[in-house]
Design a binder for this molecule. Structure first.
Ligand SMILES: *Cc1c(COP(=O)(O)O)cnc(C)c1O
Length: 433
């Protein structure tokens, strides 16, 4: 217990030695992945794309999966366990009886939660003798994290970066290149898919879906190369549960249990990371705890999408997965929260939304930048535009708690800092948003 619980302890024993796999606890099983023909995808088929270990984890029904000790050491090296902080000044500003706690994932070297799975995936690839990993990146957070992980585990990394982000966020490219990765703006002339799109529109802004297609195409057409995904799939969400497992221990130390858990959602990995260990409690003991998942109005897969089979990428190279989707051809408008510009949603999270266990919510860019500014002024941290979606929901819930005069405990995930996303804040301050 530290200083009136403003900051929790961060001793190495807070870092768990296992991840939590929600699959055996879901209210209904995840429908199987299918090929376009309707055939059910077998694990061996996915091994063309992904490493053997992550494919095994993708289908695993074991509730707890142990974190290899070498990987656990690397987690400690990059700053895990991350701090759990109390947003006391924000509470005071809002004059709310609610207590607001947040897990701060911005302390990692690349500034977001994405390293949690990047390190795991690079670790397994290096153990399996893979030379190179390809991937896509939107805002650049995932590309940076995988580039770092590649440098730590001796792998080459190729990143297809959504063109609009490549242009808006040149510093992200610098970060990735410093770690030794090669970066291409997507659509690129490196793949057949990219070349075809560029022919139709040389100024195409790109999308996560297109970049995924290019990274997959590259991996399939290269030797000893695998593809790595930063969200959506079960194994990615699994790796992110270190966030919630740590938070749970840190809250236990100060004798607190949340009434509301909040996170922003692109594909769903950081939200799953903070919430799944608590959702386990709800599924087991049916408590009153609420879970709020926040997305941008520009990519409203949960609030406006349909629950059906769809492709994960724009070219239709991935298997069909059952999820909330806006349709694989949907290109979200170029908002600044690039990490949330995705048409689909993780299958496990889709089931939780469908069963009403997770409440979806959407906000506009203006709303989230206002929330981000207030958080910076009160708490000192400039949230990533993605994370500012969660902050906005936190503020709304804290105000509601004031109106109802209820002493709610709110926990949220501050998935990353916004110091490399200042273009968005600049436009906001200039009144362009
Ligand atoms: C990528 C990213 C997100 C969105 O991805 P999820 O898989 O939904 O977590 C959210 N916040 C930050 C800071 C990101 O980098």
């Amino acid at each position: 217990m530290v200083d009136e619980h403003i900051r929790s302890s961060q001793t190495p024993d807070i870092l768990p030695s296992y991840w939590y796999n929600i699959l055996p606890d879901l209210p209904e099983p995840i429908p199987p992945m299918r090929l376009g023909t309707g055939e059910i995808v077998k694990p061996e088929m996915l091994e063309k794309l992904f490493t053997h270990t992550v494919v095994k984890q993708e289908f695993s029904m074991e509730r707890y999966i142990s974190i290899p000790s070498d990987l656990r050491k690397t987690y400690l090296e990059i700053g895990r366990p991350t701090p759990l902080l109390r947003a006391k000044r924000l509470e005071e500003y809002l004059n709310t009886p609610a207590r607001i706690y947040y897990k701060y994932e911005g302390v990692t070297p690349t500034g977001s939660h994405k390293v949690n799975t990047a390190l795991a995936q690079a670790y397994y690839a290096s153990r399996e003798g893979i030379d190179r990993l390809t991937t896509e990146t939107g805002a650049g957070q995932w590309g940076s994290a995988l580039s770092l992980a590649g440098s730590m585990f001796g792998l080459k990394i190729t990143v297809y970066m959504v063109r609009i982000s490549y242009l808006q966020k040149p510093y992200r490219k610098t970060v990735m290149e410093l770690y030794g990765a090669e970066i291409y703006p997507s659509p690129s002339d490196k793949t057949e898919i990219g070349r075809k799109i560029l022919l139709e529109n040389p100024d195409h802004p790109g999308s996560l879906g297109i970049a995924i297609s290019e990274a997959i195409w590259d991996a399939i057409h290269s030797e000893n190369t695998k593809y790595s995904l930063g969200s959506v799939l079960n194994h990615v969400l699994l790796h992110q549960t270190v966030i919630g497992l740590e938070a749970k221990k840190q809250l236990e130390e100060i004798g607190v249990y949340p009434d509301i858990v909040i996170g922003c959602v692109g594909g769903g990995s950081n939200f799953a990371g903070i919430s799944y260990p608590f959702i386990r409690d709800k599924l087991k003991e049916s408590s009153n705890i609420r879970f709020i998942a926040v997305e941008p109005e520009a990519a409203p897969s949960m609030t406006k999408g349909e629950y059906r089979y769809d492709f994960g990428d724009s070219a239709g190279l991935t298997p069909l997965i059952k999820m909330y989707t806006l349709g694989y051809k949907y290109i979200p408008p170029p908002i600044h929260a690039g990490g949330l510009r995705y048409h689909g949603l993780a299958p496990s999270l889709s089931i939780l939304v469908k069963h009403g266990i997770v409440e979806p919510r959407a906000y506009t860019q203006k709303q989230i930048f206002e929330a981000g500014k207030l958080f910076a002024r009160t708490e000192g941290i400039i949230p990533a535009p993605e994370s500012a979606h969660a902050v906005k929901a936190v503020i709304d819930e804290a105000i509601k708690a004031r109106e109802e005069n209820k002493e709610k405990i709110i926990l949220f995930n501050l998935s990353g800092h916004g110091l490399l996303d200042l273009k968005g804040y600049r436009d906001f301050l200039d009144g362009k948003i």
